[in-house]
Design a protein around this ligand. Sequence first.
Ligand SMILES: [Zn+2]
Ligand SMILES: [Zn+2]
Length: 357
Amino acid sequence: MGWLKMNKYEYVGHLHIHSSLSDGSGSIREIARAGREAGLDFIAVTDHNTLAGKETGFEGWQDGILVLVGVELGYKKNHYIAFGVDKPISADDSDPQKTIDAVNAQGGFGYLAHPGEKPNPAFLGGSFYAWDSWDVEGFTGLEIWNFSSIWREAYRNKLAALFWYFVDRHRGARYPEPETLKKWDLLAAKRPVVAFGGTDAHAFPVNLGILKFSLFAYNFLFRTVNTHLLLDEELSRQSGRALEQVLETLRRGRFFIGSDHLSPARGFRFDAFSGEEKSAGMGDRMPFAPNTVLHVVSPSRRGLVRILCNGKVVCESRQKAVAFKVLQPGVFRVEVYWRPRLGKPVPWIYSNPIYFY
Ligand SMILES: [Zn+2]
Ligand SMILES: [Zn+2]
């Protein structure tokens, strides 16, 4: 199959959303409407420790948006976001390997949620929900970018947070979690580890007397840290088949994360070629071969492309299309920074890796 036929279909969606079935404020119907308003193709609702969303009848196509129902398992720490499961699982905070195994036993897969989250005494009474069991196995990937965690870390008190909420509420979309990125590179050196991003959307109601609002409305967040899936075929109009297509793409890591409020990340591509033939795309693992060239396409001339090998930058370019010869085995991934008219480039796009080992 030629390159032009591959990666032909790009679908933009949003992962890690809570509805009123757990501690979010919107019903799945309202969240789907917010997704359509934001121009999304799909959304994944992942309520805490419940699959009740599957019983609402809203899983599948809903007036042009595909609704997935996953679950976020865990209570005080070690949250695990799972997809492809149908039967309830009771999470064990102190032994998350059991949670991961229970998901895998159902043929599902999952990601460590906000693993590097930090405490901040100004929010949630200082509670935080990091991952502390790093000897686990069998998980699919990591949440490298969680809007809510990054936002909560940023402010020393609620007044500052409130002020900045009305001045610039994109703080949580400014960068992925730096320590989690390092962890990801270390883990991915040994086996493929899929990176995903989300916002942990809740749309919490805030009531300060005269000031009532929904903190980070769904349709605001759905324009920030989004997931761009690449499929070789169009999504089926049949719900069951379309859900399978999206789940398989999430499991394989054939997607990238785009902080879409800076500029839509649609059109980014990262592939490997051997001679004229495309040999691998994001999420693929293949043996290292000479004459392999990485091709990167930035969606805008205002991008700064960085190619990384095992977490270290090996190429930096302001070109819209970049070709880079692979000279050694390793894990290659791409970051694209948005170059504003004033100030420093800011994180914009994070690819999943191509693994040469
Ligand atoms: Zn969580
Ligand atoms: Zn969550």
